[in-house]
Design a protein around this ligand. Structure first.
Ligand code: ISL
Ligand code: CA
Length: 547
């Protein structure tokens, strides 16, 4: 895939480095391990998965309190993962296969072990004191305001040595940087330049919307919708610390640095269509090239997303109405912070079936899809025994370990992941790459067919999106572009069969139910329970005929 806007056509794949492939038997995945598995991801043939870009969760030196999201040196590689030379080799090996590489940029906070913070906390007059957010206690000794940390408890930690509180939006070992200080901005821009100059293609940006807060640090109002049992941090609204208008200036500053090198970024941002549009830079499109829309994972500020046609339709319509012209949506079904889809949707034991349909939805939508490692084989959440729990952020049951377990390459004792003791336990042994590789009906084969079809048919990458009339439990839309036959994407979220009227007769390209593939359809298609299908219809769309 060529050209500056390669990301518009790409299928991206998130690797959680600790869990992908171990190369030295210490039970922790590493960069040489990733290199050894690149042919699985894309060897240029349809035998491989066929992804175009990798996002690596953080690989930087870190005390690993938040498994790499607490960075103590932005310009190096954690010894668990390898060396800078390994990273250079990974860049070259990716590029040799036409794969782009995105690193995880964590601008909101560093580790408390970062030399910048060590200096900042050393005295009130230290040159880098103002690189972090320090405030006096209230007269009664309590924290400067009522903000809650995302991982629970107050967002302020008292430092006895200098007698002030510092802000930490996450763990207390993750102090927030002060992006109102020009020295911080310059240093953090140089981090981007360092990696772009080494050949990195871009970044996933951690909690972009929290980088700047209200300059006066006022209290947040209580959340009137909070119910007992909800996460602690939802007790209050995030009015003054998330998506503050000043964030969008920081976004434009980052974009300007990316443009020096032709780099790109995808923001981890939280919002509905109207809020997401601002991260793209609104109509000027001078912001991030992509902003994640997480609403296929979780309702905005709500519970996990239901597998329900009406809900899916509302999300996609909201995005298509609100994103600025020329902006491309960016959906994901899973990531390292959320329970895995096949488990989330498994209340009746049919999670794997829904997960199959979700693949055709994600890869059929207009946008840049991000897959999470292991989703392509239907990996599930793993129940972690108490004594093996790793994630300190227990805002959901068992923290985030269940969705971070080692990639299952084969059915051997170490799952092909390690020869040693894995850092987290394995999932069910039957879910593995080896078992699915040559089974045409497997989850892995479904992913491969969908991804390679998408590469073959430009309408699936570049086509417009148009909602189609359908029975309520079917989400159906058409992808169309001039001169190519349109593709209808149909998703039946009901456990009953459904009939969908098509804009014309056609051929089933890819379907959750393999026997449907290659079938000719008349003016309608029968969708089995929980099925999804891509149908290439013969008629050109009316809008395009009129052109
Ligand atoms: O996972 C969450 C709790 O519900 C999210 O709100 C999470 O805090 C949010 O997704 C931000 O996550 C990112 O930053 C965190 C890090 O722990 C996550 O792994 C990362 O994805 C702090 O750096
Ligand atoms: Ca290792």
């Amino acid at each position: 895939m060529q050209g500056a806007e390669w990301w518009r056509e790409a299928v991206a794949y998130q690797i959680y480095p600790r869990s992908f492939q171990d190369s030295n038997g210490d039970g922790i995945g590493d960069i040489p391990g990733i290199i050894a598995r690149l042919d699985y991801l894309n060897d240029g043939t349809e035998r491989s998965l066929g992804i175009d870009a990798i996002w690596l969760s953080p690989t930087f030196p870190s005390p690993m309190k938040d498994f790499g999201y607490d960075v103590s040196d932005y310009l190096d590689v954690h010894p668990d993962f390898g060396t800078l030379a390994d990273m250079d080799r990974l860049i070259a090996e990716c590029h040799g296969r036409g794969i782009r590489l995105l690193l995880d940029y964590v601008p909101n906070h560093t580790s408390d072990m970062h030399p910048w913070f060590i200096e900042s906390r050393s005295s009130r007059t230290a040159p880098k004191r103002d690189w972090y957010v320090w405030r006096d206690a209230k007269p009664d000794g309590s924290p400067p305001n009522n903000w809650l940390a995302v991982f629970g408890g107050p967002a302020w930690e008292f430092d006895t040595a200098t007698g002030q509180y510092y802000l930490h939006s996450f763990l207390k070992e993750q102090p927030d940087l002060n992006w109102r200080n020009p020295g911080v901005v310059a240093a953090m821009h140089d981090v981007l330049r360092f990696w772009l100059a080494r050949g990195i293609d871009g970044f996933r940006i951690d909690v972009m919307g929290m980088v700047l807060k209200h300059p006066d640090y006022p209290d947040n109002p209580p959340n009137p919708n909070w119910r007992s049992g909800d996460e602690d941090r939802f007790r209050q609204l995030t009015t003054n610390n998330v998506n503050h208008p000043d964030v969008f200036d920081a976004v434009r500053g980052i974009r300007a640095v990316l443009d020096e090198f032709g780099g790109m970024a995808v923001g981890e941002v939280f919002g509905n269509g109207e809020q997401l549009r601002r991260f793209y830079g609104s109509d000027a499109l001078d912001g991030l090239q992509l902003a994640f829309d997480f609403r296929l994972i979780r309702e905005h500020e709500g519970p996990y997303a239901p597998w329900d046609a009406d809900y899916l339709r509302r999300v996609v319509e909201d995005s298509s109405r609100n994103l600025p012209a020329g902006a491309q949506p960016c959906y994901a079904l899973d990531n390292h912070d959320r329970f895995r889809l096949a488990s989330r949707l498994n209340h009746d034991g049919l999670g794997q079936q829904r997960a199959r349909a979700a693949v055709l939805l994600l890869l059929g939508l207009r946008g840049t899809p991000f897959l999470y490692y292991g989703a392509e084989i239907g990996m599930v959440d793993v129940d972690i025994p108490e004594d093996r729990l790793q994630d300190p952020a227990r805002f959901h049951y068992q923290g985030r370990d269940p969705e971070r377990t080692p990639m299952q390459w084969d059915a051997s004792a170490g799952r092909g992941f390690t020869t040693g003791e894995p850092w987290l336990p394995y999932g069910p042994i039957e879910i593995n790459v080896e078992a699915q590789r040559s089974d045409p009906d497997s989850m892995l084969s479904l992913h491969r067919r969908a991804i390679w079809r998408r590469k073959e048919l430009s309408v699936l990458r570049w086509g417009s999106y148009r909602l189609l009339d359908s029975p309520a439990p079917v989400f159906a839309f058409e992808r169309a572009t001039a001169g190519e036959r349109p593709v209808v994407v149909a998703v039946n979220t009901s456990t009953a069969p459904m009939t969908l009227e098509l804009p014309g007769s056609g051929t089933v390209l890819v379907a959750t139910h393999m026997e449907m593939e290659g079938r000719r359809t008349g003016g309608s298609i029968e969708l089995p329970p929980l099925a999804a299908a891509w149908v290439q219809v013969e008629t050109l769309p009316s809008g395009i005929l009129r052109q």
